[in-house]
Design a protein around this ligand. Structure first.
Ligand SMILES: [Zn+2]
Ligand SMILES: [Zn+2]
Length: 729
């Protein structure tokens, strides 16, 4: 009896401890979310929902979804290079390297796979669209872009031109590749910088004017808002040579692509940021002194909007101590502590820095003493307008770290079992035939996660992750991932509502707050800390894609492959860039919707009559639709309906209608307790595709969607899909 009296309480204590370990972090997460509910935020959310026909519910016909009001189709991250930053590395040798395999080629292969997939899917005899032969001028332009694409050398090019000119049609082609491609003759001289480096200045003002000259009168902006970017890359692995380009983009011109202002070549990164930027700064100050750039009799003022860089490049331009120092954050004075060789940042509410203090470099623990920031001389607000950029911070930083945590034993998290991993992989295998054409890379085995490119982490975070980790990540860690996923989707929408931004802020705070209890202290790195500043950057600069490193890194991968000889790198670069500019010049025109693959196989609906032509595909500026394709046929309409395109009909010269089947049941897929459901961020669960077909007009389309087959708890797919609306690609 006495013994029992002792054993029973002990048993209770043990059970309680087990309970706390198992559910502790989940309770913590819920506690934070409950706190969030008590804030004014939820009050507002409620009001907003009431005034919006209760938008927490999934869409019904003629229902306006708050969360997905204006998703943009802007495509600016086609194919990113591999640029993993290992946080444990010292920043001095943190330079991205280019793999020998060529990103652009890969993309092209992917695309042509698709062409076949779609083309032969269910009608092998579709006749191709109108066969127009091009004029000699168009032929010449095509030849230029082909020469550039295959990176032909001038000797080969000259021989092809000689052969072509033997036919009378091609008499007007130039004799030499040099004149076909407008390769500059003049040899520009480079400027020596550092003991064994050199810098080549292409020019800033000159290129702005070139960009303006390509615009029509109505497209010329009232002011020039400039984003700058710099990052290092190594090209020849054996020689260890690094290139550091300074790139810029005019944000106030629609779809403007980055160009290189100047580029440094050396064995190491440039030693002095002030010296590295001096030629740009000089030009910028000259423009400022004349109050802008004069163009066609109009004075256009210029502003520097943001400086975009990854962690090591930020430290370089801002001249602060690397991200392994105790106070590396340029936004707040968070203090790191060293645990098992990693700097960990567990504080959540550190004091924010001010632009003025930053300018005067008052924090001796933060600013590096040996140089000065390059941006000081132009009074650039370095705290506010040097954002945390999401390609490096979130895709290559946080998402990669999360995968490391669940797949390896590196953090305090019980890694996934072999059978879980193989479940994930079989899910991914299935996804390969559903991944839309716009994604540069198909999903691949999670075992290769360490070698993923930024776009692959991105796809996992924004689209496929919630499905492939469903029923695999248990309870708290799954919800934890959904917080990051849903917050990032909000931060990539164009014009998210105030309410949605407040949700993202709370979600990321709770995410960071719970990292420690789920993955342990060493998970709390500089990148995790950076999440606390992301929403503020979005409020100032717009959706994360509008200031991401993706377009700049694409540009770097473009010229990374164009070096023919190891010497005279910078001169070669100048030649290749000039050739490309000429090629682009001839291509600046308005985009028109293009039909693809004419056919006559139906299906048709009764209201289609008279003269019409049927097509398999339709190409829009930033995405394409392919009728009946697993990848490219799923659409979200403005009225909340989700449908699958069955056929494309050209009813008059420039008018198309789509024949579609609708999903009968549309609900949300997940719910974040006390806050939002997945339909607020454009993610739905659909089933029961109706057999009946209807027609819709193109202006009813809201967004193309990525649809993902969904297996229920028994692992069976009963025709249910998780559908995620495109943000950008
Ligand atoms: Zn990078
Ligand atoms: Zn901070």
């Amino acid at each position: 009896m006495d013994l029992l009296l002792i054993i029973i309480p002990i048993l209770f204590v043990i059970l309680f401890v087990i309970f706390m370990i198992r559910f502790g972090s989940k309770r913590k997460m819920n506690k934070y979310l409950v706190e969030a509910r008590r804030t004014e935020y939820l009050h507002k959310l409620k009001q907003n929902c009431l005034s919006n026909n209760n938008c927490v519910e999934p869409p019904v016909k003629s229902h306006n979804q708050d969360g997905v009001n204006a998703i943009n189709f802007k495509n600016n991250c086609g194919n990113a290079i591999n640029s993993d930053i290992d946080e444990s590395d010292n920043d001095s040798d943190n330079v991205e390297s280019f793999n020998d395999d060529n990103e652009n080629d890969k993309t092209n292969t992917n695309r042509s796979d698709d062409f076949e997939d779609n083309f032969y899917e269910d009608s092998s005899d579709s006749s191709s669209s109108e066969n127009n032969y091009c004029t000699i001028d168009e032929f010449r332009d095509e030849l230029v872009s082909t020469f550039l694409q295959v990176n032909i050398n001038h000797i080969q090019g000259d021989q092809i031109l000689t052969t072509l000119r033997k036919h009378h049609c091609f008499q007007t082609l130039p004799r030499s590749t040099r004149s076909l491609l407008h390769t500059p003759r003049k040899h520009h001289t480079t400027i020596p910088m550092d003991p064994d480096g050199e810098y080549y200045h292409i020019g800033f003002k000159k290129q702005i004017i070139e960009k303006l000259q390509l615009l029509s009168a109505t497209e010329i902006p009232n002011y020039l808002q400039i984003d700058l970017h710099t990052d290092g890359m190594s090209i020849h692995k054996s020689t260890g040579i690094q290139l550091w380009p300074i790139q810029f983009r005019i944000v106030s011109i629609y779809n403007d692509s980055p160009e290189i202002i100047g580029i440094y070549k050396g064995k190491k990164k440039p030693s002095d940021p002030v010296q590295f930027f001096q030629y740009f700064i000089q030009e910028f100050q000259e423009i400022e002194n004349t109050n802008g750039i004069e163009f066609k009799g109009k004075l256009i003022p210029i502003f520097l909007r943001a400086f975009i860089a990854d962690a090591p490049a930020r430290a370089f331009i801002l001249n602060h101590k690397g991200h392994n120092a105790a106070r590396p954050c340029s936004k707040c004075i968070v203090e790191g502590k060293k645990i098992e060789k990693t700097m960990c940042f567990t504080e959540l509410n550190s004091c924010l820095r001010s632009d003025l203090d930053y300018m005067n470099a008052v924090d001796k623990k933060h600013h590096s003493q040996k140089n000065q920031s390059a941006l000081k001389s132009i009074n650039f607000p370095m705290v506010t307008y040097v954002p945390f950029e999401y390609m490096h911070l979130i895709c290559l930083g946080v998402v990669k770290k999360f995968l490391t945590a669940i797949i390896t034993n590196q953090y305090d998290f019980k890694k996934l079992t072999k059978s879980d991993i193989s479940k994930i992989n079989s899910n991914i295998l299935l996804l390969q035939s559903y991944c839309p054409t716009e994604f540069a890379r198909r999903p691949r085995s999670i075992d290769e996660y360490a070698k993923f490119k930024a776009t692959e982490y991105r796809q996992l975070l924004l689209y496929t992750g919630p499905v492939i980790f469903f029923n695999i990540l248990k309870g708290d860690s799954y919800l934890h991932f959904l917080l990051l996923h849903s917050a990032c989707r909000v931060l990539l929408m164009s014009g998210p509502s105030e309410i949605n931004l407040e949700y993202a802020e709370i979600a990321l705070k709770v995410y960071v707050e719970c990292c420690e209890s789920i993955y342990g202290q060493t998970f709390m790195s500089y990148n995790i800390h950076g999440l606390l500043h992301v929403v503020q950057d979005v409020k100032l600069l717009g959706p994360m894609d509008s200031y991401s490193a993706f377009p700049y890194e694409d540009n770097m991968s473009f010229f990374g492959k164009f070096f023919r000889k190891p010497n005279q790198l910078l001169q070669q670069l100048h030649r290749r860039l000039t050739e490309r500019k000429h090629c682009h010049k001839s291509k600046h025109e308005q985009f028109e919707i293009q039909p693809l693959y004419q056919h006559h196989h139906g299906p048709l609906t009764e209201n289609i009559s008279g003269d019409f032509i049927q097509f398999k595909g339709l190409k829009f500026e930033h995405f394409r639709i392919m009728a009946g394709s697993k990848r490219d046929s799923c659409l979200l309409l403005k009225n909340g309906i989700i449908c699958e395109v069955q056929n494309i009909i050209k009813v008059s010269s420039n008018q198309y209608v789509l024949i579609v089947k609708e999903f009968h049941n549309i609900t949300h897929f997940y719910e974040i307790p006390y806050t939002i459901t997945s339909s607020h961020v454009g993610v739905y669960k659909c089933c029961n595709l109706l057999e009946a077909m209807t027609t819709i007009n193109l202006n009813e389309i809201y967004a193309k969607c990525y649809r993902i087959p969904f297996h229920n708890n028994e692992g069976i797919n009963d025709g249910t899909f998780i559908v995620a609306a495109f943000l950008s690609y």
